[in-house]
Write a new protein. Structure first.
Length: 173
């Protein structure tokens, strides 16, 4: 498939928020508590939150669209690091990278990662960091195939529950 990737504009905030909520639910249903998922999405993936991130010159939000009809099917978000490991002046956090199940196995994840690295380099970043739920084996294997290595651990709150995450790092300079 020939996915369309483009930098999100403020007008795209509703589309990105829709993909964020749907992909988080699809990823964690049956793993995390349902009420925690709903609370987390309402707090962390609102249209207003995405409008703020899209407007922030230190952040990049990329939207992936389906080639047939341009429906939003994935996204990435780069931000200043907010992780419990020492961050250097040229570090950037890949805070989010998600695709909807319709894109599973199509190469969209790798395409989004390549674009995130390109965007991070354009912001003068030389190292990319990310946090991921420790129990998400599929995501962890993807990140490791993409050249990320374990750099630390954190606890991350989803709804009312703390979860153990791992933090990965990858040189991109």
């Amino acid at each position: 498939m020939h996915w369309r990737l483009r930098r999100a504009s403020p007008a795209d905030a509703p589309a990105v928020a829709l993909v964020a909520g749907a992909s988080f639910l699809a990823t964690f249903a049956g793993i995390l508590d349902g009420a925690d998922i709903v609370a987390h999405v309402a707090k962390s993936s609102s249209v207003e939150a995405f409008r703020r991130w899209i407007a922030d010159p230190a952040s990049v939000v990329t939207l992936a669209e389906h080639p047939d009809g341009a429906a939003p099917v994935g996204y990435t978000m780069l931000t200043a690091p907010d992780l419990p490991i020492p961050a250097g002046p040229h570090d950037i956090e890949l805070r989010r990278i998600y695709t909807l199940p319709v894109a599973s196995g199509t190469g969209l994840g790798a395409l989004l990662m390549a674009r995130a690295v390109e965007d991070a380099r354009a912001l003068s970043a030389t190292r990319m960091l990310l946090g991921v739920y420790g129990g998400n084996r599929r995501a962890r294997l993807f990140y490791e195939r993409q050249g990320f290595a374990l750099a630390g651990r954190r606890q991350y709150q989803v709804g009312a529950t703390l979860h153990d995450d791992v933090v990965y790092a990858r040189d991109i300079g």
